[in-house]
Design a protein around this ligand. Sequence first.
Ligand SMILES: NC(=O)c1ccc[n+]([C@@H]2O[C@H](COP(=O)([O-])OP(=O)(O)OC[C@H]3O[C@@H](n4cnc5c(N)ncnc54)[C@H](O)[C@@H]3O)[C@@H](O)[C@H]2O)c1
Length: 272
Amino acid sequence: MTTEVQEKKVDVRNGILAGKKGVILGIANKWSIAWGIANSLKEAGAELTFTYQERLKDRVDKLAEELDVKNTVECDVTSDEQITNAFKTISDLYNGKIDFVIHSLAFAKKDELEGRYVDTSRDGYILAQDISAFSLAAVAKAAEPLFEANGGGSIITLTYLGGERVVKNYNVMGVAKAALECSVKYLANDLGPKKIRVNAISAGPIKTLASSAISGIQTMISQIADVSPLRKNTETEEVGDTALFLASDLSRGITGELIHVDAGFHILGATN
Ligand SMILES: NC(=O)c1ccc[n+]([C@@H]2O[C@H](COP(=O)([O-])OP(=O)(O)OC[C@H]3O[C@@H](n4cnc5c(N)ncnc54)[C@H](O)[C@@H]3O)[C@@H](O)[C@H]2O)c1
């Protein structure tokens, strides 16, 4: 990509989110989709707070510093108490008002991400649903008063095609993503009267810490580069810019929507 094109892209982002404040859940490292989103939103002028799981605190603090993000807050979504406390802290930081929440997190046991879905364990199923799907509703509820005081806002979550169709080895996470995508619609309907929009981005496969737990992910990534309509893989920067659009007023008429950012792969009926 030429410098000229790169500069143009940055220009396009400039100022779109000036004065907007929000929270990003799900940064683990520089490969995280949430990190790509953080970069886009920051370049667009947003003020950000990152949340982290305790074991990732040092890493997330370092990344926050790099992007000149002042605040990081602990939030493990398996704990109601941590969600409540995190949003209490965020409320104090931003005078009780926020414009957006980015929910970019999921978890399933590695041994549930290979073989047959029919062999999924009860506790593996519950864990995947709790962290990857229920957490969106829990976070939306905690954020609701901050959005309401703001006169509305935008919630964005991350999903994958395996929630709509069978993708080898995605198994229990596919079922969790289906629940997440349906949750987006129910939340959009509940919160719409308060001008709180809820949307999902369905990203194409990207090599990250979470995706490396899925058996065969690398092969899938290289196949997609060959067959997707755009003949490429998805980049976190592309997901970041779509999140920017969904967090901004440019998308004010959109809620309950699922936007695929996957080089067009989802439209294919067959890949040969
Ligand atoms: N990488 C891909 O191919 C891909 C494609 C489509 C969608 N997604 C989705 O994007 C989102 C981000 O994943 P990623 O690929 O960037 O991986 P990642 O490993 O960088 O991020 C996953 C994040 O989930 C967080 N997390 C896990 N359990 C948590 C808990 N109990 N409480 C709070 N946070 C918790 C981790 O701390 C981590 O920051 C996930 O929802 C994932 O399913 C990923």
